[in-house]
Write a protein that binds this ligand. Structure first.
Ligand SMILES: *Cc1c(COP(=O)(O)O)cnc(C)c1O
Length: 238
């Protein structure tokens, strides 16, 4: 076994026990929270090691990486989610290729997914991405826009909204994002109570390496973890 395989396996075991502890502390069932490996910049071998190490699914950010790793059998049958910013001209390469597109962050991409899915004769599962910190630098809908779009999903028969995804601001202090996670939870509940067509609120995707325990305390059902599984990404390396 390669060294990195052991490292990845051990990291995942630590994350799992932290997830379980956070769930129990919040009075939740640990079994209702899934661990998504955020696999950007990690090659097929490392992705495979993460799946063997016990993650529930993988999240890819870039179409190109998805297309490189998929033919190599990197995902070993585990679910694949798309979690990165998606250009409309690349939508066709993702629809039907992944289980869920989590990063529906604007109307143009929602419409492109709908059109493409109908053409392929499928229904694409998606999450709506919420810019919960209201950051200029990030895409995603405001909470108000998210409610409005959810109410109109009946007009998009090619997609099925399965929940919400959020990337809150980078935090510098522990607990800093708790209020954003709490706002997400409330929005998630508000939308699910409306019972809109084509909307089924089953997945609340929030929490990353630095803040997943807080996200779990606030009702996250899926955390997306990169660094704590694979180590720091080397952005200098191409
Ligand atoms: C990279 C990434 C993550 C994981 O971030 P870490 O801090 O490395 O755990 C989660 N979600 C998205 C959308 C990402 O791009």
């Amino acid at each position: 076994m390669q060294d990195y395989e052991n490292m990845i396996r051990e990291n995942i075991a630590v994350i799992r026990s932290r997830m379980d502890a956070a769930a129990i502390a919040a009075g939740r069932n640990p079994g209702e929270i899934r661990l998504c490996a955020a696999t950007k910049m990690n090659d097929a071998d490392r992705v495979r090691a993460a799946i063997r190490g016990g993650v529930d699914l993988c999240g890819e950010n870039r179409v190109q990486e998805l297309q490189q790793k998929q033919p190599l059998g990197a995902y070993e049958g585990a679910p694949i989610h798309f979690i990165g910013h998606l250009q409309t001209n690349k939508v066709k390469n993702v629809v039907g290729q992944v289980d869920v597109i989590q990063s529906v962050d604007r109307i143009a991409v929602l419409e492109a997914i709908n059109t493409c899915a109908l053409k392929k004769g499928i229904r694409q599962q998606v999450l709506l991405e919420v810019n919960i910190g209201g950051e200029e630098s990030k895409s995603g809908f405001t909470p108000e826009e998210t409610l409005q779009i959810a109410s109109k999903m009946g007009g998009y028969p090619g997609v099925l909204v399965q929940g919400l995804m959020a990337i809150p601001p980078v935090s510098t202090q522990k607990g800093e994002n708790l209020r954003y996670f709490a706002e997400m939870r409330q929005l998630f509940i508000d939308i699910s109570q409306k019972k809109y067509d084509n909307v089924s609120m089953v997945c609340l995707s929030m929490g990353m390496s630095d803040d997943f325990e807080d996200a779990i305390a606030c009702g996250s059902t899926m955390i997306r973890v990169g660094t704590a599984i694979f180590g720091a990404r080397d952005y200098a390396k191409k």
